[in-house]
Design a protein. Structure first.
Length: 429
């Protein structure tokens, strides 16, 4: 099979970390009792490594882990997957960043049979949004392991001071509350969020869905200039322009926006729930004792935040050890392992685990409630579902920047839509 280059050409120096004294399985000569697993640096990975002896004892298999930073991981996959290498069995990947590319290039094995084989493992237990993101052309190609939802962060003390008895439930209420606080507290932003052209796309997506829009329509055509999208661009940009930080820049990602919130300089902030400890940890936040969480406010089409898998596990289609690779995935994504991960603060994708109070005992109570609301109506993507994700985000993010800087959001959306449609046409060739 001809393999296409995907990330670039540089290859980081990689060291495989064997978790077993007897590695083996490196010659690719058929099924092996050693499962070779490539994982990203993440707390999920650290938790799995600690639990591995249990898996090895249960199965008689040995696990050899290669653990890499995200850039190194990309380099590793670029070389090995493109070459059709069989020395990766299980791969941890980002469904919304490279999942579509990997699936299109047939790097990921079709898991249709595996997910049905064990009723006790229960594939139906995984939330719909994350499953959507790990499915390609109707076939599951990955199993979600870490999820994120967008929620509303807010300052309890500022709301009380402004006479607001509860956090806003709608986008109209958010706009009014942000404006009221900003007017009363000139040094405090009523609202803060990501403003950079590319990073803002992910958080803006929930606004887009809640206004009734999406990046593409039902027929796969560009839809960033639909009436709903134009309203969403104007709302998001206008909210930051009118109620955001003074002299706000248009290159903020989450670290910059979070810093403004945790330094006590903003009342409301929409962001991924996975980052919540930055706001509640006294070592990182000056307002840790005043932070509250609420469901994403409802727009004209209701509250429709994203509910996505930030990471998933898949099987390398060139692996010669696929049966044992699946045994590892089945164990690592089991109800028991997902519960253990979630108790340590890693949000999973299993509905039954979220329903278990033990799984969220370390989370703030109002955050748990906000996440529960988000998963019910959550949308399974937070950016365009395309192969060249970075390029697409640059295109669809331009109207966000234009709206923040006071330009005509509708005209910017029309321009972006034409460019995005050309992008989609080119990608389909």
């Amino acid at each position: 099979m001809r393999r296409r280059s995907i990330f670039g050409t540089s290859l980081a120096v990689v060291t495989a970390m064997s978790l077993s004294a007897c590695g083996g399985g490196g010659d690719g000569g058929g099924a092996s009792t050693t499962v070779r697993v490539t994982l990203a640096n993440h707390v999920w990975t650290e938790n799995v490594k600690q639990a591995l002896p249990e898996f090895e004892k249960q199965t008689g298999l040995k696990v050899e882990i290669t653990q890499l930073g995200e850039d190194q991981l990309s380099d590793q996959y670029n070389v090995k997957l493109n070459a059709g290498s069989s020395d990766i069995d299980v791969m941890m990947y980002r469904p919304l960043q490279e999942g579509r590319l990997f699936a299109k290039n047939t790097y990921l094995d079709d898991l249709s049979d595996q997910v049905k084989a064990n009723a006790g493992w229960d594939f139906s237990d995984f939330q719909a949004g994350p499953v959507e993101a790990t499915t390609y052309e109707g076939k599951p190609v990955g199993v979600p392991i870490i999820t994120e939802q967008e929620v509303l962060y807010y300052r309890k003390d500022l709301l009380a001071k402004a006479g607001l008895s509860a956090p806003p439930k709608t986008l109209d209420e958010l706009k009014a509350a942000a404006a009221k606080i900003k007017a009363a507290e000139p040094d405090i932003a009523g609202f803060v969020a990501r403003t950079g052209k590319s990073p803002a796309v992910t958080q803006f997506s929930s606004f887009l869905y809640s206004f009734g829009g999406d990046f593409v329509d039902g027929s796969g055509k560009a839809a960033v200039n639909s009436d709903a999208a134009k309203q969403a661009f104007a709302y998001y940009g206008g909210l930051i322009k009118d109620s955001g930080p003074a002299n706000v820049s248009t290159d903020m990602g989450w670290p910059e926006a979070m810093a403004i919130f945790t330094q006590g300089k903003a009342a409301f902030y929409t962001e991924a729930n996975s980052l919540y400890k930055n706001a509640t940890d006294p070592a990182k936040s000056k307002v840790s004792d005043q932070v509250g969480f609420a469901p994403f406010p409802a727009g004209p089409s209701g509250s429709k935040p994203y509910n996505i898998p930030s990471w998933a596990l898949g099987i390398n289609s060139s692996s010669e050890n696929q049966a044992n690779a699946w045994k590892f995935i089945e164990w690592a994504t089991s109800k028991e392992q997902t519960l253990a991960q979630q108790k340590s603060g890693v949000p999973g994708a299993r509905s039954s685990v979220w329903a278990n109070p033990e799984s969220t005992s370390t989370f703030p109570k109002d955050l748990v409630e906000a996440i529960a609301a988000s998963t019910k109506a959550g949308v399974g993507h937070d950016r365009p579902l395309v192969v060249k994700v970075a390029e697409a985000r640059e295109i669809v993010g331009q109207p966000i920047v234009d709206a923040i800087t006071g330009k005509d959001a509708a005209a910017a959306a029309d321009t972006a839509n034409a460019a995005f449609q050309k992008f989609l046409d080119d990608e389909a060739k």
